[in-house]
Design a protein around this ligand. Sequence first.
Ligand SMILES: Cc1cc2nc3c(=O)[nH]c(=O)nc-3n(C[C@H](O)[C@H](O)[C@H](O)COP(=O)(O)O)c2cc1C
Ligand code: SF4
Length: 419
Amino acid sequence: MAEKRILLKRVGKMTDPASVEEYEALGGFASIKKAVQMEKEEILQQVDDAMLRGRGGAAYPAGRKWNHLYYNDTWPKFIVCNADEGEPGTFKDKVLLSKDPLAIIEGMLIAGYLFGSHEGFIYIRGEYHEIQQVFLKAIENATKAGYLGEKILGIEGFDYTITMVSGAGAYVCGENSALLNSVEGKTGRPRIKPPHLADVGLFKKPTLVNNVESFACIPVIMEMGGLAFREIGTEDGGGTKLVCLSGHVKNRGVYEVPLGTPLQEILYSEELGGGLSTGRPLGFIHFGGQSGPLGFPEKMEGMLYSYQDLWDHGLAIGSGAIVVMDDSVNVVDYLENVMGFFVHESCGKCTPCRLGTLRLRELLQRFQKGYAKAEDMQRLESMLTHITNLSACGLGQSVSVSVKSGLGNRRQVFEAMMG
Ligand SMILES: Cc1cc2nc3c(=O)[nH]c(=O)nc-3n(C[C@H](O)[C@H](O)[C@H](O)COP(=O)(O)O)c2cc1C
Ligand code: SF4
């Protein structure tokens, strides 16, 4: 089983990824030229037909989000690309940002045209300093070539710029409303929702926020048509997905696979994961980064890597992270480490998340040290529910996901570690 490269098709083929000439020579900017010949509703229909689920983690259908913004009559409207890529185990957006930045610009440009927006922003993770320079060069080259700026493609009123904003290293700033606060120059903390960002977003105006990979899918959808894109994947989620293989797997890296590919193939095919690097049996897989659930081998037999199949198995694709752990890894130790991440990254706005993450880590440490009693197990279980239900944003709401799946499937490991 090999990759199917529709998003990564230009990656590695350009000597200068920011060059407009090289991008055009490989089919670049053909989609925006096609889009401006279409009725706007037809563009929307293509995105709808594609059944493109947001690639940032929440899997919300792009078509639904785009329709919501399109039929909002308030202007100006803003387009924002989320390139914060803070989720541990996730390193796919950096491939597109550094190796094919003009594809992201073209996706944002198509959105700009469709929504009549004149300003786009891309929020790039602060640690991607060198990639930011590549992206700035791509913006500069696109502007010189007339794809950004005024009267784009000679069309009166088609004026659109893209501004790059650097993140500063906070995971929570990848949450879309925190990201918008950060772009506005405020502290990067999440807003209470509703209102929806498509109604009250950047500078309180209707705003589209999509992930890098989602935007990179747009020119592909315009090129091949929404239905053809959908056919590559599955009914519930069209296209390919960039997956990030890491941990105890032989061939760590980013791969592009059609949605619906058997998980076995992703893990064991020689062209993809190549099997476990340690030669030991699979222990568990952490899907979608730290905020996602753990999958255990006995529950994943025959599972397809599609949105619906993972949901049916109590799992989620999330950002596309696939962190592979062999059977030598103790699940409680692993989860304590995950909790350390959340303790560090909680923004502190709400108590259940700020203190709950700390208490949860302490509880897991009690198991590690062999102190845990029956009441600790009860406390652990009730805290998992409370933190999820009482936290204001997606960070706090996902803190418990991995622990719940670990406890649900490997309770015996927890019990064996009790005092
Ligand atoms: C704590 C937290 C961190 C997030 N980090 C990212 C991120 O780094 N990149 C991203 O695209 N989405 C991230 N998201 C999801 C965004 O809030 C949002 O759903 C996404 O940008 C929407 O784009 P999409 O529909 O194209 O996926 C994060 C969400 C949460 C709760
Ligand atoms: S849930 Fe956590 S990260 Fe989200 S707003 Fe509350 S304290 Fe901040």
